[in-house]
Design a protein around this ligand. Structure first.
Ligand code: SAM
Length: 278
């Protein structure tokens, strides 16, 4: 059998053996499929989040590119990320405090059961809050974080609040003067319009705002983007090469991948003229 997902003009099928779990939480439909080739696959509201085979790519790229761009990231805020994958990667650094804010406790429970290899939960630097991201960040103190990582589902009714200007204004407020944010930027290959909208909105209050690339088998079209928006440090000029290449346990991320992920094809550069800030 196949798990099928449609994204715009693309319909992608992933070969699976069976669906091994399904529930409807207060927020979304949660499914887990079992695939011989990809391991377990997490699906939220019919969109594949990751598989056991490729989750490390997404979680390493969303975490280490910002963490190795900042000169000394200590206090980190992760919004979403209920699978624990970004927390696992961020905790490879010698940060002091990682706050994870996930709206749906059911996702945490399901991921602890079906994706035990993905999440890190027992590190005493990590504190998990079950709450909406906007509600949490509105109550956070000014200049209290070095980095904010937004690891949510694509723009939807549930996550929509995390893709608008009011949210990024809060992010700007809670970040220190040299802080930075990394977030999902859709895919400039699959849907340049949405990518431009997210890049323009998220980058408005920052001096630097740039997309970077990663590839995931489980995402239709495979080539997708994150966005890094920064108050001070530049992702390729200020990368901390030693920290990047001495990181233990990475299977995808290196300083070369970090720098190369910011290369943009000419036709996309033209599209992003006046929106990307680099
Ligand atoms: N890593 C996955 C991927 O590859 O896209 C996504 C991470 S995680 C599974 C997405 C999480 O964002 C979900 O658990 C969802 O409940 C959470 N989420 C969505 N909207 C949210 C919000 N407004 N506040 C906090 N968490 C939210």
């Amino acid at each position: 059998m196949y798990f099928e997902e449609e994204q715009g003009f693309m319909k992608q099928s992933l070969k699976v053996e069976e669906k091994i779990f399904e529930t409807k939480s207060d927020y979304q439909k949660i499914e887990v499929y079992k695939s011989k080739d990809l391991g377990n696959i997490l699906v939220l509201d019919s969109n594949a989040m990751f598989s056991e085979k490729d989750e490390f790519i997404y979680h390493e790229m969303l975490s280490h590119v910002p963490m190795c761009t900042h000169i000394e990231p200590k206090n980190i805020l992760i919004i979403g990320g209920g699978d624990g994958g970004v927390a696992r990667e961020v905790l490879r650094h010698d940060c002091t405090k990682v706050d994870l804010v996930e709206i749906d406790e059911e996702v945490i429970k399901v991921c602890k059961e079906y994706f035990a290899s993905v999440g890190t939960w027992d590190d005493d630097r990590l504190s998990v809050t079950v709450k909406g991201g906007m509600e949490f960040i509105s109550q956070a103190e000014d200049k209290s974080y070095d980095i904010v990582l937004v690891d949510t589902t694509d723009p939807s009714e549930l996550s929509g609040e995390l893709f608008d200007g009011a949210f990024y204004a809060q992010v700007n407020r809670v970040l220190k003067d040299d802080g930075l944010i990394a977030l999902q930027g859709g895919s400039y290959w699959m849907d340049i319009k949405t990518h431009k909208r997210i890049l323009e909105t998220s980058g408005r209050l920052f001096d630097i705002a740039m997309p970077y690339r990663y590839e995931m088998y489980t995402y239709p079209g495979v080539n997708w983007n994150f966005i890094l928006a920064s108050k001070k440090y530049h992702p390729t000029a200020d990368i901390n090469l030693q920290r990047a290449d001495l990181l233990e346990g990475c299977k995808y991320y290196t300083s070369d991948i970090h720098k190369a992920s910011f290369t943009v094809p000419k036709f996309i550069k033209k599209e992003l003229l006046g929106i990307a800030k680099n």
